[in-house]
Design a binder for this molecule. Structure first.
Ligand SMILES: Cc1cc2nc3c(=O)[nH]c(=O)nc-3n(C[C@H](O)[C@H](O)[C@H](O)COP(=O)(O)OP(=O)(O)OC[C@H]3O[C@@H](n4cnc5c(N)ncnc54)[C@H](O)[C@@H]3O)c2cc1C
Ligand SMILES: Cc1ncc(C[n+]2csc(CCOP(=O)(O)OP(=O)(O)O)c2C)c(N)n1
Ligand SMILES: [Mg+2]
Length: 607
């Protein structure tokens, strides 16, 4: 997938790591003895000791036979283990933790079904460049290849969906590999790393000295030398442009380049469009913020992109949901791509100047050379098209008895003052969240973009709450996706987490229903959806629940939920057959968007 992503390493070298006597973080480890050079530890103990050293505060996991030695050793260590209800949940929790904090999230599972249950979460993290480390138990090394009980080739299975993976068969290889796994997960373009550890490696012993456990491969982070000529070329294009647009992506947030982006936009006066995963990288309230681009982006944003003479792609990968038809995509625009992963350059869109490197560094290099420009005319033109394409907003309309998801999201934004971390699931509600909740800060919208994994929201929110315990965390999920991982309500309660849940219940797998309405003559094959009574379900877990089916009830219910000291769930029974507008049909030209057909929302006078 990318140059940096090499997988499938079997560590069975006989070389020992250099040993010195090290300091251990706890002295009460009874089973450890002192060897000639260092302290003797079991492989299982080394796992936890390394996690402590690596700063892992939480591990999201589920036990089983092949990982039992690790679970047995766990009690002596200071890492907080969160017992999940399904291993997919563990990976999304690790992912949510990583996205909310910028640190590596850790998930733990047994071999076989435990490991395969992690696959969806690993692929989700891979597609969105999220740094997680998944540790799995494996059958004893002597049994590998014998179809032993709960044996599965998880390194083989995850080869294409991990940035790197390991099969560890000796206790002595655990520490250097875990250390390297963290480094690989979090450096360059982040991503998931899987470390599969056989049961005999966990039971085996060796001398352990953290200070001596340097990663064996010693892969220093690649240093990118920015070509001066390329920088100069980019600066010329930037300073000469008349109709430029910045395309700000997830890379801004991953790089921590929000301040540099702000400075860049303010000096140049260039308006900023955001990808779904870039939301929060630039304040929604800023005068230069255009909003989201792409399939369900704002019409004026897509029109501006199509009319622009320069696109500055900052840490975004020209996903097909963003470009529409590549043949007609921004044809008159020169393109500059700032990207850390060289494999992304010219992958989907051919660019004129590529600056390979960390965005923050590249922007810092560009900033002294950019000139203050008057983009007033260009911005006025966009503003005018904004007005014409008017308004898909429905939140300002009088209450006509219908409850639209947009009402709910808009009111949630108002009631939380735009300060909550919102973790969405996948579907229509996800797009409405992106359109109607205005995020001003990075890492406040957590959503599965590339894989579009239903079931992501609840577990990812649990991870996010661990990462940001002081933040107000909201789940916004559809009735379909919520049912995929709702077992994690038990995890939420067990961990006493104050997470609020808004179910946008339209009685359908709404996004698929919308495609059936638009492209399959309204044949709703298998999209009407039966759900449990979500309020009663919440109550069964000891969570207070509220039911809302009219606009007037939205704010009172939000207030009641926010007043609860612990978790709360609101079931919003919304308009069943509403659709997300605008929409660029898959593969269509970006500016040819399907607009909301009813005058209900298209009259400027309504706003
Ligand atoms: C139902 C649905 C509808 C969707 N509709 C839309 C839509 O309308 N609009 C939309 O935008 N998206 C939409 N998406 C999401 C879309 O599929 C992609 O996930 C999203 O566009 C990717 O955004 P991105 O390129 O910014 O982030 P990523 O895919 O995470 O890519 C980030 C890029 O930044 C680079 N990078 C990482 N770190 C650095 C660094 N330090 N320095 C420089 N570069 C770095 C990476 O190498 C990568 O190329 C939708 C998803 C779903 C599920
Ligand atoms: C695991 C998984 N299975 C299937 C899909 C395809 N899919 C995308 S959106 C969607 C419907 C989601 O329905 P719901 O959770 O009720 O949200 P809504 O669209 O109604 O807001 C489906 C089935 C998916 N993205 N993920
Ligand atoms: Mg639904």
């Amino acid at each position: 997938m990318t140059t940096a992503r090499v997988c499938g390493l079997l560590l069975q070298s006989n070389k020992c790591v250099p040993r010195r006597i090290g300091v251990v973080s706890r002295l009460n480890r009874q089973r450890s003895a002192k060897g000639v050079h260092g302290l003797i530890r079991t492989g299982a103990e080394i796992i936890w000791e390394c996690l402590e050293h690596l700063g892992a505060e939480y591990v999201f996991g589920y036990p089983g036979g092949a990982i039992l030695p690790a679970y047995d050793a766990m009690g002596n260590y200071g890492v907080h283990h969160v017992l999940v209800r399904h291993e997919q949940g563990a990976t999304h929790m690790a992912d949510g933790y990583a996205r909310a904090s910028g640190r590596v999230g850790v998930a733990l599972a047994t071999s076989g079904p435990g490991a395969t249950n992690m696959v969806t979460g690993i692929a989700t993290a891979m597609m969105d460049s999220s740094p997680i480390v998944c540790i799995t138990g494996q059958v004893g090394s002597g049994l590998i290849g014998s179809d032993a009980f709960q044996e599965t080739d998880i390194t083989g299975i995850t080869l294409p969906i991990t940035k790197h993976n390991y099969l560890i068969t000796r206790a002595a290889d655990i520490a250097p590999s875990l250390r390297e796994a963290f480094q690989i997960a979090s450096s360059g373009r982040p991503g998931p790393v899987l470390v599969d550890i056989t049961k005999d490696a966990q039971n085996g012993s060796c001398e352990f000295d953290w200070n001596a456990t340097e990663p064996p491969l010693r892969r220093p982070e690649r240093r990118f030398v920015l070509d001066e000529a390329r920088l100069a070329e980019a600066l010329d294009l930037i300073n000469d442009a008349r109709r430029p647009v910045i395309l700000a992506g997830h890379g801004i947030i991953l790089s921590g380049a929000e301040r540099e982006l702000l400075a860049f936009a303010e000096v140049t006066g260039i308006p900023v469009a955001l990808t779904l995963l870039g939301i929060g990288a630039f304040p929604a309230k800023h005068r230069l913020c255009l909003g989201m681009m792409g399939m369900h982006g704002e019409a004026w944003v897509n029109e501006a992109i199509q009319e622009s003479d320069l696109l500055l792609a900052f840490g975004m990968r020209f996903d097909d949901r963003v470009t529409g038809n590549l043949k007609s995509y921004a044809r008159s625009a020169k393109k500059i791509h700032v990207e850390i992963d060289a494999a992304e350059i010219n992958k989907n869109v051919r660019v004129d100047v590529a600056l390979i490197g960390d965005l923050r560094n590249v922007l810092q290099r560009l900033l002294p050379g950019i000139e203050r420009a008057d983009t007033g005319e260009w911005r006025a033109r966009i503003e005018a098209s904004k007005h014409e394409s008017a308004v898909r907003d429905i939140q300002n309309l009088p209450d006509d008895g219908h409850l639209y998801a947009a009402h709910v999201i808009h009111d949630l934004w108002r009631e939380t003052h735009g300060d909550a971390i919102v973790v969405t699931d996948v579907g229509q509600h996800q797009m409405w969240e992106a359109q109607y909740y205005r995020h001003d800060k990075p890492r406040t919208l957590i959503t599965s973009g590339g894989l579009g994994t239903m079931g992501f929201a609840l577990p990812a929110a649990i991870g996010a709450k661990f990462a940001r315990p002081d933040a107000e965390v909201w789940v916004v999920a559809g009735d379909g996706g919520f049912q995929m991982t709702m077992a994690e309500l038990a995890t939420l309660v067990q961990e006493k987490l104050e997470i609020k849940i808004a179910i946008i219940n339209n009685g359908y797998l709404g996004m698929v229903r919308q495609w059936q309405e638009f492209f399959y003559d309204g044949r709703y094959s298998s999209t009407p959806l039966l759900s449990p009574d979500f309020v009663k379900l919440a109550n069964a877990f000891g969570i207070p629940g509220f039911a809302v089916n009219a606009r007037a009830q939205v704010i009172p219910a939000l207030r009641a939920a926010r007043q609860q000291a612990g978790p709360a769930l609101i079931n919003f029974q919304v308009e069943q057959e509403d659709s997300v507008f605008p929409m660029v049909p898959a593969g269509a030209d970006l500016h040819k968007m399907i607009r909301r057909p009813t005058p209900l929302v298209e009259r400027v006078s309504d706003v």
